[in-house]
Design a protein around this ligand. Structure first.
Ligand SMILES: O=P(O)(O)OC[C@H]1O[C@](O)(COP(=O)(O)O)[C@@H](O)[C@@H]1O
Ligand SMILES: [Mg+2]
Ligand SMILES: [Mg+2]
Length: 346
């Protein structure tokens, strides 16, 4: 069997301009080195100490655990040696200036799904790489639309440790070869099925949802007997990285919508360092990602830690859910909500 490309060979060989390519390759290698270390640490579980211990809170909703801080510090250490001007992180209120003259910015969710740490479920690191601007220590430098990303994706620490990433030339998956400690290109071109009958949503929020999401999920639940005319399956891990990896591997749709609660008005995921890179790898694999109202990658961030509603996955299904947000009927698929309330009849 032909030897798969290493991460270093792939990223220094893609067709970007030379300075950008070298800077991105060096940054990806730095991120990968942190991921190898983190993956080893996570595999030790309880042997590494109380990783799941609560150390604080971020706002009303999110908890901060010991391991979130360990992951954050690890990323700071490796990115100090990369061509990165500043780092923004879920775990830091403001960006950290690293090398003012460097060409790149990196924003991370150091550990996504860390509420699952004690459950020994898959968790990951989400990252986005953006061009550096003038004042990179300011949060405003990071307020760039997702379409500006130079590289983005996530590491998943599961039975296999993998890197899912894009530089805008499709989505690739690299698998960590533990024997050599290197990531090898195992899936050169990820292709998401256009259609799906599997959705991922936190069902316990049903009573808080707005009508379009409630209608969409109701219609899926009604299966063959309902307006969709087919049965749907449901999966939810509580680690977006794990849900997105499943979706990239076999199709599906992920929804974390905004809902009626004040703190969830804009959903749960953070725009810059969670939703944007997840949306980009999905789009580059032939899928779609929307807020329900617009393409997610077109949203202009207003603040560093802003949340955003996210609906992403198999393209036809995301389009269907987005059309419900437009209040449009889908031909031949009568939504019970609209007919019941008479908002739109046909
Ligand atoms: O808690 P839920 O509703 O299952 O949602 C899944 C989780 O996804 C997350 O985005 C995970 O990210 P973090 O672990 O980085 O906070 C959380 O905000 C949320 O807890
Ligand atoms: Mg997260
Ligand atoms: Mg996190």
């Amino acid at each position: 069997m032909e030897q798969p490309l290493t991460l270093a060979a792939y990223f220094s060989g893609w067709a970007g301009s030379r300075p950008a390519r070298l800077a991105i390759a060096a940054t990806m290698e730095a991120l990968a080195s942190a991921a190898v270390e983190l993956s080893d640490l996570l595999a030790l579980g309880a042997l590494a100490g109380p990783m799941g211990r609560l150390t604080g809170r971020k706002g009303d909703v999110d908890e901060q655990k010991e391991i979130d801080l360990v992951a954050n510090n690890l990323l700071i250490d490796v990115l100090r040696k990369a061509p990165v001007a500043a780092l923004a992180s879920e775990e830091m209120e403001a960006p950290l200036l690293l090398d003012a003259k460097a060409p790149l910015l990196v924003a991370v969710d150091p550990l996504d799904g860390s509420s699952n740490i004690d459950a020994n479920a898959s968790i990951g690191t989400i990252f986005t790489v953006l061009p550096a601007l003038e004042h990179n220590e300011e949060p405003s430098a990071f307020l760039q639309r997702g379409v500006n990303q130079l590289a983005g994706g996530f590491f998943l620490y599961g039975p296999q440790t993998v890197l899912v990433s894009t530089v805008g030339a499709g989505t690739q998956i690299f698998t960590l070869d533990r024997r050599s400690g290197t990531f090898l290109l195992t899936h050169p071109k990820v292709e998401l099925p256009l259609r799906t009958s599997e959705y991922a949503v936190n069902d316990s929020n049903t009573r808080h949802w707005d009508d379009p999401v409630r209608t969409y999920i109701d219609d899926c639940r009604r299966g063959k007997e309902g307006p969709r005319g087919r049965d749907f399956n449901m999966r939810w891990t509580g680690s977006p990285v794990a849900d997105f990896y499943r979706i990239l591997s076999r199709g599906g749709i992920y929804l974390y919508p905004g809902d009626k609660r004040r703190e969830f008005r804009n959903g749960r995921l953070r725009l810059i360092y969670e939703a944007s890179p997840l949306a980009w790898v999905v789009e580059q694999a032939g899928g779609a990602a929307s807020t329900g109202r617009e393409r997610l990658l077109e949203v202009s961030p207003k603040s560093l830690h802003q949340r955003i509603p996210l609906i992403a996955g198999s393209r036809k299904e995301v389009e269907h859910a987005a059309r419900l947000h437009d209040g449009l009927q889908i031909r031949g698929e009568r939504s019970p909500l609209f007919s019941r309330r008479g908002l739109l009849r046909f």
